[in-house]
Design a protein around this ligand. Sequence first.
Ligand code: NAP
Length: 306
Amino acid sequence: MSLSKKTTRWMDKHNITRQDEKTVVVTGANSGIGFKIAETMVYLGATVIMACRNLSKAESAKRALLDEYPNANIHVIELDIASLNSIDRFVETISNNKINIDVFVNNAGIFHHKGEVTSDGFEAVLGTNFIGTYYICEKLFPYLETLGHPVTLINTISLAHRFGKIDFNDFYYSKHYGNFKVYARSKVALAKYTYSLATSRQNSNVTVLMNHPGISMTPIALQSFGKMIYTIGGALKWMFNSPEKSSLSVSLIMSKHFDAGSIIGPNVLVNGWGYPRKNRIRKRVKTGGEELKEFAEVEISRVRNK
Ligand SMILES: NC(=O)c1ccc[n+]([C@@H]2O[C@H](COP(=O)([O-])OP(=O)(O)OC[C@H]3O[C@@H](n4cnc5c(N)ncnc54)[C@H](OP(=O)(O)O)[C@@H]3O)[C@@H](O)[C@H]2O)c1
C-alpha cells in the first residue's frame, strides 16, 4: 500500500491542498474506494473517521493505514447504513461527543443482493444505497449545521444514475427484479434527492455535493459486468479506474470550489475513466427529489410503526 507516484503527481499538478486541520468521515471505509478515500485523506494530513458496519474489518483496515502512516489520526465508529437503528446510534455518538466534522462522505453502497432485505425489511440495494443514505443525511444535517463552520457533505452516486427509472408503484421491483435496474434506481433516487437537498440549503454552512467513481476495479463493478468479467477481471484491470484514481474526487472537492449540487467524477469516455472533474448534471437529476424525500419518509415511518 501507499499512494502511487501518478496519484501524488496528479495531486501536485492540481494543487490539492493539505488537510491537516480537517476531520473527514468516510462510510464503508474498510475496503474499495472508501479505503482509498481514507488513505488519501490520511496522506493529506486529515483526521479520518472510518464509519463501518464490520468492526473487525475496519480495525484491520485502520492497522494497514497506520503501518504506512504511523502518525495518522484514525478512528473507527460502527455504522450500518442499511439499519435505521444503527444510523440513530451513530448520529447520537457523533452529536453526544460533539465530534467535529469538516467533510462527510457517504461512500458505502452495494450492488448485487437479489432476494435480500435490510434489517428494517427494505429491499437490500434500495434500502442501503437510497433509504439508508437518505436517512443519515436527514439525521445528521441539523448537527452539521450546529458546527457553524463550512462542512461538505458528499453523496456517492454512479454513472448508473443515468439509466435509473423511478416508479413509486413498484419501487422495490417486486415484480421484474433486475440487478442493474435496482442499482440504477437506487443511484438516480439518491442523485435526485441529493440535488434537491443541495439546492434547497444554499444558505447553510453545509455544502452538499455528489461524487461518482466512474468504473472502478472493485467487487461492485465486477459484479455489475457479470460472472465472466468477474472471473477474468484481473486480466482486464487496464479497462477500469483503480479505486485510488476513483477516490480522488474527494481530494479535488476539498481543494477547489464547486457549486452546491455539483457532480464530480472521472472525465474520460462518458465519464467512466480518468481523473475527476466537474461533470454535466443531467436534467433527470434536477427533478423529483422532493417526491423521493416524501416517499422515503413514508417508508421509514411505515417500518418504524410496525
Ligand atoms: N466500483 C465502481 O465502479 C463504482 C461505480 C459507481 C459507483 N460506485 C459506488 O462507490 C461506492 C463504493 O463502492 P466500491 O466500488 O468501493 O465497492 P466495495 O469495494 O464493495 O466497497 C463497498 C464498501 O461499502 C461498505 N458497505 C456496504 N454496505 C454497507 C452498510 N450497510 N453499512 C456500512 N458499510 C457498508 C462495504 O463494507 P463491507 O466490507 O462490510 O461489506 C465496503 O467497505 C458505492 O456507493 C458504489 O455504489 C462504485
